[in-house]
Design a protein around this ligand. Structure first.
Ligand SMILES: Nc1ncnc2c1ncn2[C@@H]1O[C@H](COP(=O)(O)OP(=O)(O)OP(=O)(O)O)[C@@H](O)[C@H]1O
Ligand SMILES: [Mg+2]
Length: 276
């Protein structure tokens, strides 16, 4: 491919990305400074909480080196290609695309930043998402290339920063909030995950990862605190089985927390549109 062809291909891809983005009303990036704090769990369960309220929704798995969304949705197989576009998977009404569905299970993705960004671009340019109320991008931990690409191409209008209550996670989450600001994502909210464990035997609350870190962070940074999600063994067990807890246990504390978080985000968008 000579320089001119490359330029043309780039322009065409940019155009396809803009077309995709123009058909998605709201775009949410879920990220954190630290790994393993529950970004994918939050992305998947928030998606179903939105869907339960009648919204159409897609999850873009932007974690290229540690893609977990298909596992947590219980999706396997390869996506179908139709008229040069991938059809996203659809599970219980939520659309999804992930690199995990395109590579052999268990194989590592050893790609530098530009390759990872290229895949994210393709997920926007070459996947037939159709019209959506919400797209959620589930990001890898940290402030690397993936969030830069998502910010530039998907143009999120909301960043959900996930932290656990413990100090090291909160410290990294502060970096994530500041990154969201630097990237001009207009709104940021904090979710505290793994906020205490209710002992199934005696009912006592054990604050395994500490207490109140997420709320304090949100207050210190002047951003809304969206809510706390407790530790529940079923959240992990059902996540591993590809059965989101919000669908499987519609009345438990974790589900109520996700519903409340999704309601706060919806209220935010409603206020936004009324103010326009
Ligand atoms: N509230 C919760 N209660 C119990 N288990 C949870 C909870 N939130 C997440 N988990 C479990 O903790 C593990 C890590 O969660 P998850 O994969 O969502 O984190 P992550 O931030 O996406 O990780 P990574 O940084 O690797 O992408 C998973 O096994 C998940 O099922
Ligand atoms: Mg994850």
């Amino acid at each position: 491919m000579d320089q001119l062809d490359k330029q043309k291909a780039f322009e065409e891809e940019t155009k396809r990305i803009s077309e995709t983005v123009s058909k998605i009303k709201h775009r949410i990036a879920v990220f954190s400074g630290k790994g393993g704090v529950g970004k994918t769990t939050v992305s998947v369960n928030l998606a179903y909480a939105f869907h339960m309220n009648g919204f159409s929704i897609g999850i873009l798995d932007a974690d290229i080196t540690g893609p977990n969304v298909p596992k947590m949705l219980g999706v396997d197989g390869k996506p179908i290609v139709l008229s040069n576009k991938f059809l996203p998977f659809e599970k219980f009404g939520v659309k999804m695309i992930s690199i995990a569905s395109l590579i052999q299970s268990g194989q590592p993705v050893i790609w530098r930043g530009p390759m990872r960004s290229k895949v994210i671009n393709q997920f926007l340019a070459d996947v037939d998402w159709g019209e959506l109320d919400y797209m959620i991008a589930d990001l890898p931990p940290g402030t690397g290339d993936e969030i830069l690409t998502i910010a530039q191409q998907m143009k999120p209008d909301y960043a959900v920063v996930v932290t656990t209550p413990q100090e090291v996670s909160v410290l990294d989450a502060e970096r994530a909030i500041n990154m969201a600001r630097k990237l001009d994502i207009p709104f940021v909210g904090v979710v505290e995950n793994m906020s205490g464990f209710i002992c199934p035997h005696c009912g006592a609350v054990l604050n395994i990862f500490g207490e109140g870190g997420g709320k304090k962070l949100a207050d210190d940074c002047g951003v809304p605190f969206l809510g706390s999600v407790p530790i529940d063994m079923d959240a992990r067990i059902l996540g591993d089985k590809g059965k989101p807890i919000v669908l499987e246990k519609p009345n438990c504390e974790v589900t109520n927390a996700f519903k409340s978080i999704s309601n706060l985000i919806q209220e935010h968008y409603q206020k936004e549109s009324q103010a326009k």
